[in-house]
Design a protein around this ligand. Sequence first.
Ligand code: 72W
Ligand code: MG
Length: 269
Amino acid sequence: MLLLTALLVLLGVYVLCRWLVPQLVQSNATLALLWYDFLLETALDFITRTSRPQRLLQAVCINAVRGNPDSVIAAIDHFCQNQEWAMNVGDEKGAILDSVVMETSPSTVLELGTYCGYSAVRIMRLLPPATRFITLEMNPDYAAVARQVIQHAGLQDKVCLVEGKSADLIPKMADMFGIRTFDFVFFDHWKDCYLPDIRLLEDCGLLDQGSVVLADNVLCPGAPEYLDYVRSSLRFSSRFYRSHLEYTRVLDGLERSEYLGHRDAQRDQ
Ligand code: 72W
Ligand code: MG
């Protein structure tokens, strides 16, 4: 009897965690954040003694074909749809990212916030080997996972992953890599760093006329000061791509801001 009760309770908890709560939090950003990024992640980290990026890497190693970037992307999306949500740009916004990358056809690319390497793989699979791609990640554990994800996709020779904070590394780009300007920059790190970092890129002269900055999550979690800045600055031409928060129905989107270059009259903008 006791055993039966215990089994029923366990089954109830499983159904709740696996289907009911995920359905309920699908459309509410705050609930989703609380559930996925706090409760579920803390519980699974504790139970499995691994981190979410490590579990994601495990799914890649099991399900993706070595040397096949598309299969790595599919394995991560499948893991995040069916096992655990994670903050990759995801398939829906990923398709917009793909199209902006292809229309820009950059020869130098900078990414801020590698996380597990999903967007790095996504971007680099579209570009020729000669493209310079630099991605910055401040968390050494995430960087280690991303290196293995990128290696699994066979893109390790095309991607340069640098560990450290964007504010420390951006000013060193010219010295470290001999790069003058970036044709394409993808922002997907802490949202309150978007504004200081786009200003830093400008101040360091790393944006050229026609350079495109694409920013994830401008609605959810949101980057309001950044949006105000790029939308009101005369040095940028900015447009919004409406989409949804990765693996959910919560409204989110990407902001594409093209740098129009310095103009003397706008010096004080
Ligand atoms: C950091 C986010 C951060 C990590 C990644 C999304 C170098 C969401 C979100 C999101 C690394 C840096 C963080 C700096 N690396 N990193 C860095 N700042 O980048 C959240 C949601 C969805 N320099 O917070 O180690 N991203 C990314 C979560 C939405 O690897 O991107 O797509 C919800 C839960 C709803 F419910 C931060 C500068 C110091
Ligand atoms: Mg993001």
